[in-house]
Design a binder for this molecule. Structure first.
Ligand code: S3P
Length: 167
C-alpha cells in the first residue's frame, strides 16, 4: 500500500510521515529528497537556476516514475498535488492524506526554515502570512481531493493509522 501525504509546506508531511511509516512498518520516502538526489543539487538552487515551471515538470515525473517499494509512506512537496494530473495519479496509485493546518500555525512552523524554501525565502513576517493565505486558498481545492483529510494540529501517528484503517 502507498500512502501519499499532502499539504502545505510546514504541515508536517516529512516529520509525521516518518513516524507513520515506523508505526506501520512501511518504508518512508521523501519526494523532495529523492528529487535532490536525482539532480545533485538543492531544490532551492534548482528553482533559482531553472525556474518553477521546470521544477514542476521534474517533480511530477519523479512522483510518477519513482520505483516505490510495496508498502510506503510518501511525503510529497507542498505543490505536488496542484500541478498536472498529480492528484488523480496519487488517488489512483494509493491513498492520499491531506494534513490540514490553518495559515497562522503554518507561518509559525515555517519561520525558522525559510532559506530552504524558495517560495518563502524573500518574505518578511507580514508577507509570509499573506503569502500562505493566498497560496493555501489557491491550493485547497486540490488538497481537498485527498482520500483522507486530517487535522494537523497535535497530530500523532496513531490517529493517522486509525484514519487509514477507517477509510
Ligand atoms: C514547495 C514545497 C516544498 C518544495 C518546493 C516547493 C511548494 O516542499 O517541493 O520548495 O510549492 O509548496 P515542502 O512542502 O516539503 O516544504
Amino acid at each position: 500500500m502507498r500512502i501519499f501525504l499532502i499539504g502545505f509546506m510546514g504541515s508536517g508531511k516529512s516529520t509525521m510521515g516518518k513516524k507513520l511509516a515506523t508505526k506501520l512498518g512501511y518504508d518512508f520516502i521523501d519526494l523532495d529528497h529523492e528529487i535532490e538526489k536525482q539532480i545533485g543539487t538543492s531544490i532551492s538552487d534548482y528553482f533559482g537556476s531553472h525556474g518553477e515551471a521546470a521544477f514542476r515538470e521534474l517533480e511530477s515525473q519523479s512522483l510518477k516514475n519513482f520505483a516505490y517499494p510495496q508498502n510506503a509512506v510518501v511525503a510529497t512537496g507542498g505543490g505536488t498535488p496542484c500541478f498536472f494530473d498529480n492528484m488523480d495519479w496519487m488517488n489512483a496509485s494509493g491513498t492520499s492524506m491531506y494534513i490540514e493546518m490553518p495559515p497562522a500555525a503554518l507561518a509559525k512552523r515555517l519561520e525558522g526554515g525559510k532559506e530552504k524554501r524558495p517560495l518563502l525565502r524573500d518574505l518578511d513576517e507580514a508577507g509570509m502570512i499573506a503569502f500562505i493565505e493566498s497560496k493555501l486558498s489557491e491550493r485547497e481545492s486540490f488538497y481537498k481531493r485527498a482520500t483522507i483529510i486530517i487535522n494537523g494540529i497535535n497530530l500523532n501517528a496513531d490517529a493517522m493509522r486509525a484514519a487509514i484503517l477507517n477509510s
